[in-house]
Design a protein around this ligand. Sequence first.
Ligand code: SF4
Length: 353
Amino acid sequence: MTEPYQISFFGATNSGKSTLVNAIAGQKVSLVSDRPGTTTDPVRKRIELPEIGPCVLVDTAGYGDGGELGSERERMTRQVIDSTDVAVLLLSGNPEDAKWQKELDERDVPVVAVEDRNVEFGALIKRIAAVLPKVEERFLTGRLVHHGSVVVLVMPQDSEAPKGRIILPQVRVLRELLDRRCIPVCCTPDKLQDALKTSPDLVITDSQVFGLVNAAIPPEMPLTSFSILLSAEKGDIGVMTEGARAIGGLKDGSRVLIAEACTHVPNTEDIGRVKIPAMLRKKANIVVDVSAGNDFPDDLSVYSLIIHCGGCTVNSKLVRSRIRKALLSGVPITNYGLALAYMHGILDRVSLP
Ligand code: SF4
């Protein structure tokens, strides 16, 4: 499944971004007003565009209004850059335009500059399509399976699992296995022994039960996790795997950032806020900070390690932007699945796609 492109609209407040987004979407996505600063939080709209396909249009709050909330609007606008595949920059003669153009260039975001807010949409979409980064269509399960492979999927349905549905990474893997004409066998951990009677070619587990599953299967049976497959798709599996080894160097006082890409209400079995911190603290007196959603700290230099979630609800661009920031700050970064594999002593045993 190809993730939708994110096309974000930048420009000074009241430069016509919302009008343009509404016109392209063919509906009122953002409130339009002559009053500067009407848009505050970024507004997202998922649509299908000719020549582009599925994409998310993001109307940002804008910059340069100097209002009371001006700096907060700019901070939120800047965060949108992290997940942007193409930026449409409305030039309105604002002195800040050049500064934002430079920032987008420095962050390697392709920019379509628009001077006329009455631009013809067909022509604008063509210009956007021309600069879209090429996305390589990849399978989540990569070379780990082939036509006819039997794959056991271990999917705990504990109190952390959402009621009445299966979480996105599991749905995506299951669908892909069906598309690839594999034979998926889904089970909860208590039924693993029964599922193993199918002599699977691969076991994909929720990382939270890595230890239990690893102990239950023969050492030669390929094993990976949903989170690792997602990490390989969205980020840089090499960097993330090396990052997990930094857990070995943590000591009393080390600071670790747990970064969740979306906001959700944590519960007592929360993997990022409860289980991973508890495992880290068994090793040493480690300080754990948590960031969620768009809030990712600007200053990463205080951290010895960043452990990122699988990022199932965000795009690859955002995860890669965060990896880049971590590397520029000299801070190792890994993800939940790889961190758990390391802490269970099986990092070198798990299969990477
Ligand atoms: S984005 Fe991250 S925190 Fe949110 S559900 Fe997906 S893996 Fe969990």
